[in-house]
Design a protein around this ligand. Structure first.
Ligand code: NDP
Length: 247
């Protein structure tokens, strides 16, 4: 069955307990991948995603750690690779915001966002890179950017910087590992209806979008699923917008 083409391959999805990460985990589980399901603190939500991933036809193990914590992430990931084998793919999705104008921005709002969204790239992908290469089976890495990293967004100097940095890291890594048949791409969503937008005026945001609506996590997950399919094997070093026409 086409939906089961990836049976036996392992994929790590960071920030998979809720929102876009959860939808991505379910999409990849339905393709037959074995999911390593990372989250930071919301174990109940992660457990729901695990159960839903199994119902979708895949399997999933919970891997709680903070992507901003370099030694902590490395310890969990190295132990996991040692126990169950290398990951064939990674979706670097975990991310946070701490919005406000730069003039009033605290240093912790700056550094928390950069440490999670950008340092997370090194903390998660570096320990997994060599084991992935040693599989000698190609591979897939998708990072979660943002329209904010493409065009910049008022009140998000920290977040825009972190996502623009992520795009640079993505393009550079793609060039390093292309000869290994590992593709590395960035998906850059616009406004997607998740907890991250809670408290923001959805109807007002929708007016800024040419398609006049917010996106759904499942729509982003479908794009990630395509990038993980064999059909996407010639796409690498790209930033793919999924933003209702905002960019
Ligand atoms: P949510 O806030 O809905 O979910 C965030 C997820 O990330 C949760 O699973 C959370 O885990 C996890 N997480 C947060 N910080 C860490 C951390 N330090 N270590 C490990 N896991 C962590 O976010 P979205 O689903 O909306 O966003 C997902 C990604 O998409 C982010 O990178 C975001 O920047 C990006 N994005 C989102 C857009 C949107 O409009 N929603 C637009 C453009 C990009 P826990 O449940 O344990 O807290």
């Amino acid at each position: 069955m086409p939906r089961m083409e990836k049976r036996g391959k392992r994929v790590l999805v960071t920030g998979a307990s809720r929102g876009i990460g959860r939808a991505v985990a379910l999409e990849l589980a339905a393709m037959g991948f074995e999911i390593g399901l990372n989250f930071r603190s919301n174990e109940a939500a992660a457990e729901e995603t695990r159960a839903a991933s199994e119902a979708a036809g895949g399997s999933a193990v919970l891997l709680p750690f903070d992507v901003a914590d370099e030694p902590g992430a490395r310890a969990v990931l190295e132990a996991e690779v040692e126990e169950r084998g290398a990951f064939w793919g990674v979706v670097l999705n975990a991310g946070i915001t701490a919005d406000g104008p730069l003039a009033g921005m605290s240093s912790s709002a700056w550094s928390d966002v950069l440490r999670t969204n950008l340092d997370g790239f090194y903390n998660v992908i570096q320990p997994l890179m060599l084991p992935m290469v040693r599989l000698r089976d190609g591979g897939r890495i998708v990072t979660m950017g943002s329209v904010s990293g493409v065009v910049g967004n008022r009140g998000q100097v920290n977040y825009s910087a972190s996502k623009a940095g992520l795009m640079g890291a993505t393009r550079a890594l793609a060039r390093e590992v292309g000869k290994r048949r590992i593709t590395v791409n960035c998906v850059a969503p616009g406004f997607i209806e998740t907890d991250m937008l809670s408290g923001l005026p959805g109807e007002e945001l929708a007016k800024l979008v040419p398609l006049k609506r917010l996106g759904q996590p499942e729509e982003v997950a479908a794009l990630v699923g395509f990038l993980f399919s064999d059909k996407a094997g010639y796409i690498t070093a790209q930033v793919l917008g999924i933003d209702g026409g905002m960019t």
